[in-house]
Design a protein around this ligand. Structure first.
Ligand SMILES: C[S@@+](CC[C@H](N)C(=O)[O-])C[C@H]1O[C@@H](n2cnc3c(N)ncnc32)[C@H](O)[C@@H]1O
Length: 290
């Protein structure tokens, strides 16, 4: 299957890690991604589409975008590709600040108009000291690097059967959410956990979420020995104790948003790791195995 890449770069996006992550998962029967963001890992899946996939994000804007792309992609596209003007950008940002998803629990609930505004605002930037705004400026914000209608349409097709939840990550790793009752003997569920890396790591999210990486790790360790689960957790190397049967993979990043800091080398890119549960496939083309 052809892999896709996100239509917008995202803080902590895992586009470059996706090939290694899928070598660790292999072909599975269900895929769950509780911290979806720009969707880089689901989109980077080289295998045939899963029979069932569940993704989630706490951010109303992120969840709304993915639901809207499924429900009314044309509205999202029209708004997102509108010409830029700073007056319009400021007006749209004001609207976005006052908005939240009306009924996050309802998987059909979305607002394609607001999704288009959010993607538009995420894909333009105001360059410091420059009175003009333009797409792909090297300013602050999420920027559309490669954005074409063909790519957008492929994304719409890929997302058609993916369920998008909006809320806390724990609700989509329960046995019910993993479809433990539906999957037959030996059927596998892959769970990719990419939480905010935590206070003190220089990574901040628009929703101000705090340090949840440790509770994610606790859940992963508690469930890692389940033979029906393949779990990969992303994070920075922090000297944590490696439970029996787990492995660590180092993956290569170009530094992402950390590269915007010009003052010193971005050390964080060297700290990126994937922790892999005992039932993951041990054949990832990793640069380091511990
Ligand atoms: C590191 S980013 C994920 C990046 C994603 N893997 C990608 O490739 O784009 C973490 C995401 O978790 C979301 N998030 C923060 N706290 C959360 C929570 N408690 N439950 C679910 N999602 C959360 C943030 O909105 C953000 O989109």
């Amino acid at each position: 299957m052809n892999t896709l890449t996100p239509i917008f770069p995202y803080f902590g996006g895992k586009r470059r890690a996706a090939p290694q992550i899928w070598e660790l998962f292999g072909q599975v029967d269900r895929y769950v991604e509780p911290f979806f963001g720009s969707g880089a890992v689901l989109l980077g899946n080289p295998y045939d589409p899963h029979p069932s996939e569940l993704v989630n994000d706490l951010s109303h804007h992120v969840a709304n975008l993915w639901r809207s792309i499924k429900k009314d992609p044309e509205t999202v596209w029209d708004l997102t590709t509108a010409p830029c003007s700073d007056v319009e950008l400021r007006g749209r940002m004001r609207l976005l600040n006052e908005w939240s998803l009306p009924d996050p629990e309802n998987l059909d609930s979305c607002d394609p108009y607001m999704a288009g505004l959010w993607l538009y605002c995420s894909c333009v930037a105001i360059k410091w000291g420059d009175p003009w705004i333009r797409r792909m400026d090297p300013g602050v914000g999420v920027k559309a690097v490669t954005y074409s209608k063909g790519k957008f349409d492929a994304l719409v097709d890929r997302m058609a059967r993916v369920q998008v939840m909006c809320g806390d990550w724990k609700r989509c790793v329960t046995p019910a959410a993993r479809f433990d009752h539906v999957r037959g003997d030996g059927a596998l569920c892959a769970v990719f956990l990419d939480p905010p890396y935590g206070v003190g790591n220089g990574v901040e999210y628009e929703d101000g979420s705090g340090d949840i990486a440790s509770e994610v790790w606790e859940w992963a360790v508690a469930n890692g020995n389940d033979p029906k689960l393949r779990i990969v957790v992303a994070g920075y190397e922090d000297g944590r104790e490696l439970p029996e049967g787990w492995t660590i993979v180092q993956w290569n990043t170009n530094g992402g948003y950390g590269n915007q800091r010009k003052t010193k080398d971005n050390d964080n890119r060297l700290k990126e790791r994937l922790w892999c549960s005992p039932h993951c496939l041990n054949n990832a083309n990793s640069s380091v195995f511990f």
